[in-house]
Design a protein around this ligand. Sequence first.
Ligand SMILES: NC(=O)c1ccc[n+]([C@@H]2O[C@H](COP(=O)([O-])OP(=O)(O)OC[C@H]3O[C@@H](n4cnc5c(N)ncnc54)[C@H](O)[C@@H]3O)[C@@H](O)[C@H]2O)c1
Length: 351
Amino acid sequence: MKKIKISFVGVGFMSQIAHIINYYKNKKVELYEVCDLDENLAKEVKKKFNFTGKIYKDYTKMDTKNVDGVVIIVQRQLLEKITGYFLKNNCNVFSEKPHSYSLNEYKKNKKNQKKVWLKGYVRRHDTAIKKFKKNYLIKKNNLGKLNSISYYVSSGNSYLGAKHFVNPFIKKEFKSPLSKFPKFIKKKNYKLYDIYANTALHSIDLFDFFEMKFVDILFAQIDDNNFLCNFTTLTKIQKEKILCQIFLNSSPNQLWDEKMIFMYEKGQVIIKFNSPLFKKGSHKITIFNKLKNETTNISFKNKWCFNQQTLDFVNYIEKKNYFNFNSLSGKDCIKNYENIWKFYINKKNKI
Ligand SMILES: NC(=O)c1ccc[n+]([C@@H]2O[C@H](COP(=O)([O-])OP(=O)(O)OC[C@H]3O[C@@H](n4cnc5c(N)ncnc54)[C@H](O)[C@@H]3O)[C@@H](O)[C@H]2O)c1
């Protein structure tokens, strides 16, 4: 059987621990070309994971004709431009998140999408989350009206102590064009905008997936360690406003820790997400019924992880399943994220 040829742009830390390793183990895949500014790193990675094609420093020289999919795992500020190049060249693309810094830039890339464009932050692909939406979110839990939702992420860089990867040899110097920040973000805020784009999109995407449309941002506070935002949403199922909160914070040694609490008239539903780095394990869902004073614990084993993301990309390429996950666009995420910042900046200026 003809193997699916996958090339990589950017073979640093995340690329190796979360992506290359899963393609390497997949029998349907041939790892093809490698591109990294750090040629020594590219060489080592090619050897370690049996890439069959050439090594490049410049991604514009790569083979875009005979490759089946390109996986782009570079620093956040480079993602958008490089992704845009491969989308324009008619390639199936998987890109890490955040896939854009602004709505305008996102729209430009989206216009160029001719085949698959899968993005790397998508809990909505998680079968457990899909099941949760269908069976427990509003209709079937018998807890009455949904009053509020809180979403907490505590993130860090510990990555379960991952050690077995080839360390980059050079200091990162970006020669490539960087993604554009929205005009209303001042240079001094670029770093924070970048940090929180990386994590806020996970939660904003889930609100979107649960069909909750942001209506009104009530409060936003953003600083070096915290991102806090209160807003109201409407859902398709329940047409009244629901009060929501996203709270993000980070500390260097923290494992990714993520939780969502739904408060209903007659109880609560809590989802405790498993880390995406664990192939095994499950999300834990607790349903508390106040009237009956009853707690039900549900464990969803079939969950999204980096390996599942690899399987999805290969599967979409095989089936030429180009657009039926188009609604999972991310456009609304970026729009909402921009709006939170606009609110924060305006409010701050008024004080
Ligand atoms: N999905 C997740 O949960 C998750 C978690 C953490 C990070 N990320 C994302 O993963 C991405 C990479 O993070 P990382 O920690 O691996 O960074 P890293 O610095 O270890 O690796 C990036 C690599 O890209 C290479 N590179 C830079 N510019 C290039 C270019 N023009 N052409 C080719 N290669 C180039 C660098 O030399 C480096 O080796 C980021 O976008 C980050 O947001 C995703």
